[in-house]
Write a protein that binds this ligand. Structure first.
Ligand SMILES: [Fe+2]
Length: 479
């Protein structure tokens, strides 16, 4: 299917009063720009050639009902580094749902908190009952760029950030696809899963290096859960079944997504090309992880790191009080997890007391033991869930932690590692991130030497426009 639209879209959101998730730098930008040259302070490293692309929600129309950050139409912000010159382009992702709303001139779809309250079929037609905003991540696999949203199919986009359309792997992908597939840098495979509110609650898939979906497994879970990320080793796929449960019986009566620690938390391990019968489950303390770093296997022992929540609260409950949303909402903390396949045991231990998330590694080592872990953290007083101010680098061999802080007025997004193409070593490259300054309401993209982040940015790209807070980013090198 294809629904490329080349006309520029202009946003029309004005009302933020009753929408906490549209305040400040959560407020969307209203247009699409092409800026051939951005102002740079410092010097862009010579080897840094490619695109830094950040996805995030940016609603075109005034939302229906309570708006949650998970709901907004995806917008890609692309910053291209080319021999020291830096250009900027942003585009909305033209989902089928957005195309319908553009036709009608107003929002048609409710947000996640009210997602089962489908708009009438005679209104939505071919656009379907739920909008797939493709607003969470953007990746490249088998020469295909995919914008991802865990409730639906991936959406193919071009390196110029134009939308091609939803990609279902030639009809082989049944159901949704996580925003966090795992790319194996050795085999070129992409491993992924999708969850569903209806059975089977979980499906696992392997896509080969050529982009063909070659293996799918239906997995039974006791309840439908909101599983966001997983890890893979050279031999295993590893799931965390944590009790963020979709409570369909509560539909129309109260919160549809609920934290139910009484359901327990389990780590599931299966061979990468295994079947549901091969899957082994290991009970651990109740807790949730939204994002992992890498995982690896050492013999029959599997280890991985992730930011662990004792009890997550993402305020997506249908009846959540919008005014209470940002109170007491904690961010996860780094933790080490392990599974001993011989002994049949699993567990976890805290790794640091700093609150942080948006965990990244040198993706060239995904599935292998990594030494360096990158995280966005809260260090300034008064910060709440997701309002990060600092880039943290952990050395997992020595336990050392180094930090670069963006200051009391700084708000950062996800850190992305861009490898030095002429370099060697796990941390030979650069870290890129967005920094929003709330005192000037401007956004920079900073470039730090990954080997010396405390020295601060070697280059700062001053964005020609504010970039609203969003979700995940990636580095797409120019080859
Ligand atoms: Fe994520």
């Amino acid at each position: 299917m294809s629904y490329v639209a080349t006309d520029r879209v202009v946003g029309s959101v004005t009302n933020t009063q009753a929408q906490p998730d549209l305040l400040g730098n959560l407020f969307p930008v209203g247009d699409e720009l092409d800026v051939p040259e951005c102002r740079v302070t410092g010097k862009v490293p010579e080897g840094l050639r490619g695109h830094f692309v950040r996805n995030g929600p940016n609603p075109v129309f005034e939302p229906i009902g309570t708006y949650h950050m998970f709901d907004g139409d995806g917008m890609l912000h692309g910053i291209t580094f080319d021999d020291g010159r830096v250009s900027y382009r942003n585009r909305w992702i033209r989902s089928r749902g957005l195309a319908l709303e553009l036709e009608r001139g107003s929002a048609v779809y409710p947000g996640l908190g009210d997602v089962m309250n489908f708009p009438p079929r005679e209104v939505t037609g071919d656009a379907g009952p739920v909008k797939n905003p493709a607003n969470t991540h953007v990746i490249s696999h088998a020469d295909r760029w995919l914008a991802l949203w865990e409730g639906g199919l991936p959406t193919e986009v071009t390196p110029e950030l134009e939308t091609i359309g939803e990609h279902d792997f030639g009809g082989r992908l049944k159901g949704s696809m996580t925003a966090h597939p795992r790319l194996d840098p050795v085999t070129g495979e992409m491993l992924m899963f999708g969850y569903s509110l209806f059975e089977p609650y979980l499906r696992y898939h392997v896509v080969d290096a050529g982009g063909e979906l070659v293996h799918s497994v239906d997995i039974d879970l006791p309840a439908p859960v909101m599983m966001h990320d997983f890890i893979t080793t050279e031999r295993h796929a590893v799931f965390l079944d944590s009790p963020i449960v979709f409570d369909l019986e509560n539909l129309g009566k109260g919160p549809m997504v609920r934290w139910k620690p009484e359901n327990g938390t389990r780590i599931g391990v299966m061979p990468r090309m295994g079947t549901a019968e091969d899957l082994r489950w290991f009970e651990i303390d109740p807790g949730h992880v939204q994002h992992f770093w890498s995982g690896w296997a050492d013999g029959e022992r599997i280890e991985f790191h992730g930011s662990r929540f004792d009890a997550p609260d993402f305020a997506i409950e249908a009846d959540a009080d919008p005014n209470a949303r940002n109170e007491n909402r904690e961010t996860g903390r780094p933790a080490r997890f392990w599974v001993d396949l011989d002994a049949g045991t699993a567990g976890w231990e805290p790794m640091d007391d700093l609150a942080g998330d948006f965990n990244r590694i040198n993706d060239g080592l995904n599935g292998q033991k990594v030494r360096y872990l990158y995280m966005s953290a809260l260090t300034e007083p008064g910060r709440q869930l997701g309002d990060f101010d600092s880039i943290v680098k952990y050395d997992d061999d020595t336990g050392a932690r180094t930090i670069w802080g963006s200051g009391p007025n700084g708000h950062i997004g996800e850190t992305v590692f861009a490898p030095n193409p002429d370099g060697d070593g796990e941390d030979d490259g650069w870290l890129l991130n967005t920094v929003h300054h709330d005192d000037t309401d401007t956004t920079d993209v900073v470039v730090l030497e990954a080997r010396d982040i405390s020295a601060g940015p070697v280059a700062t790209v001053h964005m020609p426009r504010r970039v609203p807070f969003g979700f995940h980013a990636n580095w797409f090198p120019t080859t």
